[in-house]
Design a protein around this ligand. Structure first.
Ligand code: ANZ
Ligand code: ZN
Length: 876
């Protein structure tokens, strides 16, 4: 019999065509089966599919195929997150229109995705840069606007004074514009905001209910939202009259989460842009220039945290709330943020590190007020480190001896009742770190914000029946800045309210908006009249399993959660949480190589010469040695990428999929190695060979039940149960291990049947059953190979349409047990007996073994010790 090698080049396109022809993966919106929605984060059309994509989509595909086999109507769509800066950069560099560049990339990436054999519903494909998509996004924006979820306010932007353009944070490198190299300035611009803070509390609370999300992602979200409970405290200004610019100022409000430390207060800090700082600076040129100076640090939290603590003593003093004779200096300080709390703090150097650094720099008193447990208050001193732990109050008058939490309550209670100018001094307040979401971008390649500015009527939304507001095609990128601003006609429009000449908004939306609701659009991308269709949303949403990179753990997921709530409030969906299950996959990593000159060298140019401890590599072209560097995330800059196209061309998609799934748990990084790929390739061939062998087995003589057959059936049914469970839990590397085991069991049964000639009817039946199970279990992972094997078994239908195998619970019960048999303490044999076998049966079986008989020889058996279910010892 001829055994042909499995040839993916021939089979893979054939099976893809067969699936396509039968439209197996297009999902109907009206189907009586239960729905299951699996979604991978859609790609940005950068131009090439990389291994990270392959991993992401393969993970989702396994689940989609499995759920389909389990009888679900599975929604598994694909689209393109297609707006964004790289297209504009390409336009500037290569003189190609961003749209042209983007659509060309989409076409080539789609061509790269298809050969992977993903079970995607391509009928639902869309790109966010398509007016038929962003039209609905504009509609959502207008509905949010009407519902009070949109705000227009001033905010700081990074301004490049040479290019005359606004820069995104990632375009500011070490304080300079990425293209011009000019020192970036902060400018105030009026911008559009989505009021995500309206839902801050909900977004925080609901994290508890997301029990199918990784804990680390929930924690990251929680930290980002940053809920804190504290107290607003008003400090009376003590010397307003004596301080130029402070006339009429009566109090200064601070936010604190540690009112218990109030007696440790050493100063007041206000933000550079605090209104009081501004009025004081108007009368104080030295302060004004100090403020101008610290503004250069920018607004990024990281930069602020890193910057040296600096302040300017304004001369203003405030009274301590519990002691009118105790006054504190007011500084403008660079570490106090305008947008948090009230933009003003009281500094307690002993118990806050920033305050301590500040106090040391400006020679302010450091009075500890919380003494750590077990430390003698008299000896407790603060050195370079603030103490932020628990303890007992000291140096704090009426609070002395209390715990920090009791002291917190006591201060809060007293200040809530204390009065200053007819209002309470203290007020409890929950604060959030979360800020409203500024979505204005001064760029071309984004969704136009559908608003019109009229001198007479103010801001007006574009009437819904005039949507979409489309981007003009005739734009140039030869100058920096936003081409929409300098387009001769695009922004000229009549006011929808009074008809007078008015001006279109030229800002476009942050691309995070585009990805904040695409999952809802996938449920009915054909609805031309509205963003969503209620029945379709009800059928598929929320997404049952969302899969993507952990780099999106904060913003994308938070914005999507906000959008879902905002869409609920405006009647577009009827749910709050978009993703019930979230899985964050690890990265694909690879060794790095450098040639003799230190230049990064591609894996394709490297040959590993020897393995083990003295692994060495050479350059295939020059024969020169190549040094092997650390394993790192695949990246173009280090040239340690492997192109999916090359792998598929050499081995086929199944090999790539299998290796990707097999090597490590999906949440961890997977190290791409040539040996690993080879191993996967060998397994593909092995499954093919096994299947052909089983298909050609002819049942020989012997009927009646065979123990070999029984053991094989048990292995197969055990594998069904284990693989199903592991797929449900996305533990794909464990599925792979189970499948290897089953393949081994089948192989040894084949060997047994062919060598001993015991191809009894029962054994051949069991082999056929186990082989079919093997193929079905690996079908979600290696779908093409599975189809070829299925066909070789003589099945007429596609395995992609076969129902998932069901295990027989009776097969999972362990009913036999293997016991070692010793003779005078030395192991001589193993016996397999029924788990509940009695002593007599076990003795008989033990004494019947050849090895045992030989060891006993002529001696008399004195006794036989049986430890049930453990061991048998024959004493002679
Ligand atoms: C006095 C104090 C004493 C504080 C102490 C801390 C420790 P979270 O938990 O993040 O809400 N703070 C308040 N507003 C600020 C602003 N705009 N810029 C910089 N810091 C600000 O942090 C609240 C604490 O951060 C507040 O409690 C305040 O300092 C500071 F031993 O007040 B605390
Ligand atoms: Zn008007």
């Amino acid at each position: 019999m001829t055994r042909e090698r499995y040839n993916p080049k021939e089979t893979e396109p054939r099976w893809q065509a067969a699936w396509e022809e039968k439209q197996l993966f297009s999902t109907s919106n009206d189907d009586s089966r239960p729905a299951y929605y699996v979604l991978e984060m859609f790609p940005y059309p950068s131009g090439r599919i990389h291994m990270g994509h392959v991993r992401n989509y393969t993970l989702g595909d396994v689940l989609a195929r499995y759920k389909r086999a389990k009888g679900f109507s599975v929604l598994h769509p694909m689209g393109w997150d297609a707006f964004g800066m790289p297209a504009e950069n390409a336009a500037m560099q290569n003189k190609v229109h961003p749209g042209e560049w983007t659509w060309a990339n989409i076409a080539s990436m789609r061509n790269q995705l298809k050969p992977i054999g993903l079970s995607l519903d391509w009928a639902r494909e869309f790109a966010t840069c398509d007016p038929s998509y962003y039209k609905h996004q504009q509609r959502l924006f207008i509905d949010f606007y009407k519902a009070g979820l949109v705000d227009r306010k001033t905010a700081k932007v990074n301004w490049d004074p040479v290019d005359h353009t606004v820069l995104a944070n990632e375009q500011v490198i070490d304080g300079r514009g990425w293209r011009s190299g000019a020192v970036v300035e902060q400018r105030e611009l009026t911008q559009w905001f989505l009021r995500i803070t309206r839902f801050a509390d909900q977004l925080d609370n609901a994290l508890d209910s997301l029990d199918r999300w990784p804990e680390k992602v929930r924690t990251m979200q929680r930290n980002w939202i940053g809920r804190s409970e504290g107290l607003l405290v008003r400090f009376a200004i003590a010397n307003a009259a004596a301080t130029p610019g402070a006339d009429g100022q009566r109090d200064l409000k601070v936010y604190t989460t540690r009112p218990d430390t109030l007696f440790g207060a050493a100063f007041i800090g206000i933000a550079a842009d605090h209104p009081l700082a501004r009025t004081l600076a108007a009368q104080n040129p030295a302060l004004a220039s100090f403020i101008a100076d610290i503004r250069k640090t920018g607004t990024a939290q990281e930069a602020i945290d890193k910057a040296e603590k600096r302040g300017f003593d304004t001369g203003l003093r405030v009274a301590h709330p519990f002691d009118p004779d105790w006054t504190l200096p007011v500084y403008v300080a660079n570490f106090v943020l305008l947008e948090y709390g009230t933009g003003a703090i009281f500094g307690c150097p002993a118990h806050d590190q920033r305050d301590l650094d500040f106090a040391r720099a400006y020679d302010l008193p450091v009075t500890p007020v919380v003494c750590p447990p077990g430390v003698e208050p008299a000896t407790f001193l603060i050195g370079d480190e603030a103490y932020d732990g628990e303890g007992q109050l000291i140096n704090s008058r009426f609070l002395d001896g209390m715990s920090a939490s009791d002291a917190y309550e006591e201060v809060a209670r007293r200040l809530e009742t204390a009065q200053l100018d007819g209002a309470a001094v203290g007020e409890r307040k929950v604060n959030f770190r979360l800020r409203d979401w500024g979505i204005s971008r001064q760029r071309y390649w984004g969704c136009p914000i559908p608003m019109i500015h009229c001198d007479a009527c103010g801001v007006q939304p574009v009437p819904v029946d005039q949507l979409p507001v489309t981007l003009p095609e005739d734009v140039s990128f030869d100058k920096p800045g936003n081409p929409l601003d300098r387009h001769p006609t695009w922004s000229k429009v009549d006011c929808p309210n009074c008809g007078a000449p008015a001006r279109r908004e030229t800002d476009t939306m942050d691309t995070f908006v585009d990805s904040s609701w695409y999952f809802a659009r996938f449920t009915d991308p054909w609805n031309a009249g509205a963003p969503t269709t209620a029945t379709a949303v009800a059928r598929f949403m929320p997404v049952d399993q969302y899969i993507g990179g952990v780099e999106h753990a904060i913003l994308h997921l938070l914005y999507s959660r906000f959008f879902t709530r905002a869409m609920k409030e405006t009647g577009h969906v009827d749910l709050e949480e978009p993703f019930t299950g979230l899985f964050t996959q690890g990265m694909v990593v690879h060794e790095t190589y450098r040639d003799a000159s230190g230049a990064w060298t591609e894996p394709g140019d490297v040959r590993i010469e020897s393995s083990g401890a003295d692994r060495r590599a050479i350059h295939v072209k020059t024969g020169e040695p190549v040094s092997i560097g650390p394993i790192e995330k695949m990246s173009k800059s280090k040239k340690n990428t492997v192109d999916p196209d090359d792998i598929i061309a050499a081995y086929g998609a199944d090999t790539a999929r299998w290796f990707m799934l097999s090597d490590s748990p999906p949440e961890r990084d997977v190290i791409w190695t040539d040996e690993g790929v080879q191993g996967a390739w060998r397994f593909v061939q092995r499954v093919w060979r096994i299947t052909q062998e089983v298909a050609s087995l002819e049942a020989g003589s012997g009927d009646g039940p065979s123990p070999v057959a029984r053991a094989l059936r048990k292995a197969a049914h055990h594998a069904i149960a284990a693989v199903s469970d592991d797929i449900e839990k996305l533990r794909f590397n464990r599925c792979v291990a189970q499948i290897y085991e089953l393949a081994n069991a089948i192989q040894s049964a084949i060997n047994n049947a062919t060598e001993s000639g015991d191809g009894s009817v029962d054994v051949v039946d069991a082999l056929r059953e186990a082989n079919a199970i093997l193929i079905q279990l690996l079908a979600p992972m290696m779908p093409h190979l599975a189809e070829s094997c299925w066909e070789a078994l003589g099945r007429k239908e596609l395995v992609a349409t076969a129902p998932w195998p069901v295990h027989d619970p009776a097969m999972l019960v362990e009913d036999e047990i293997t016991l070692p048999v010793q003779v005078n303490g030395k192991r001589r044999a193993d016996i397999t007996v029924a788990r509940d076998a009695d002593r007599a049966t076990i003795e008989q079986a033990a004494l019947a073994e050849d090895g045992v008989k030989r060891a006993i020889g002529d001696a008399a058996v004195k006794k036989i010790i049986i430890v049930l279910q453990r061991i048998v010892n024959v004493v002679i």
